[in-house]
Design a protein around this ligand. Structure first.
Ligand code: URA
Length: 270
């Protein structure tokens, strides 16, 4: 709902109206066929605004009051979005790409790691962080028990390689950021780790130097976000490895702290 309102979607369907629809359905005013039709239409509208393409949805009428958010098929949504990204020509970067680099990782990530944009090896393989800096990133994540194979999803601000590995320009970041926002929306990670200034600036709409972004926790749509150095900066300047390790330890503490608070809250409810 917040998504629609955010985009000025003023179909005569306020939060109250939606809730009324839910309670009306619970009182069985609608037949199953009508309820299914309503849900299909809502999904269609949502898909159109969110991704511009139609996605597959499993509609379960037994849980219709919570069906809208909870039956999202993350895989189908991601695949539809990836197809859209692969055809994107929104900025000039498409002209020199071999292929787009959408992202890689698990579908229920504890952490979403966000980098800047693909380099040469990523452009060749179609996967994020697979070159030298990717190998270092994997080691950094492993040091705090994270991995793209178990509990992380890795994506970039821009999905096409900037020529000669230059930084993506602000207009290229702006042209692409909607895809990343959609990925976050679909995957709903518990935490976000931005590696490098470009990722943090573009996602958080900030312009502070990285020295002022590290060691803090930001919020992106309710998701805690931390910032550390880009692994390629560590490869260039090994003196940054120690402060990067401090950032990772701090990020791990934040995750542990949240887990503890949540387990206490669950115990209290029981
Ligand atoms: N650097 C990035 O920021 N992202 C990649 O995928 C590879 C290198």
């Amino acid at each position: 709902m917040e998504f629609w309102l955010e985009r000025g979607f003023d179909l005569a369907m306020s939060e109250k109206a939606l809730n009324e629809n839910e309670s009306t359905y619970n009182e069985s005013t609608y037949t199953d066929a009508e309820a299914r039709q309503i849900l299909e239409t809502l999904f269609l509208i949502e898909d159109f605004f969110r991704y511009g393409v139609r996605c597959e949805h499993k509609i379960s009428l037994e849980t219709s009051s919570s069906a809208i958010p909870s039956t999202w098929d993350r895989k189908a949504h991601l695949e539809a979005l990836e197809t859209q990204v692969s055809q994107c020509t929104a900025c000039g970067l498409w002209q020199s790409r071999s292929q787009t680099v959408f992202g890689e990782g698990v579908l229920d990530p504890k952490v979403m790691v966000i980098g800047e944009g693909p380099g040469m090896e990523e452009d060749r393989q179609g996967l994020p962080f697979v070159g030298a800096s990717g190998q270092l990133l994997d080691k950094m994540l492993a040091a705090i028990d994270l991995s793209r194979h178990n509990n992380c999803y890795i994506a970039n601000i821009v999905k096409c390689r900037p020529p000669n590995n230059r930084e993506p320009s602000p207009s290229e970041c702006d042209a692409c950021i909607g895809y990343l926002r959609a990925q976050i929306d679909i995957l709903q990670p518990d935490f976000i780790l931005c590696v490098g200034r470009i990722a943090a600036h573009s996602l958080l709409r900030l312009s502070d130097p990285i020295s002022r972004l590290r060691g803090r926790s930001f919020d992106f749509q309710g998701i805690p976000v931390c910032v550390t150095f880009h692994p390629s900066a560590l490869l260039r300047d090994t003196a940054l490895k120690r402060p990067a390790w401090e950032d990772l330890k701090q990020f791990r503490s934040l995750m542990e702290c949240r887990a503890l608070t949540e387990s206490r809250a669950t115990k209290k409810v029981k």
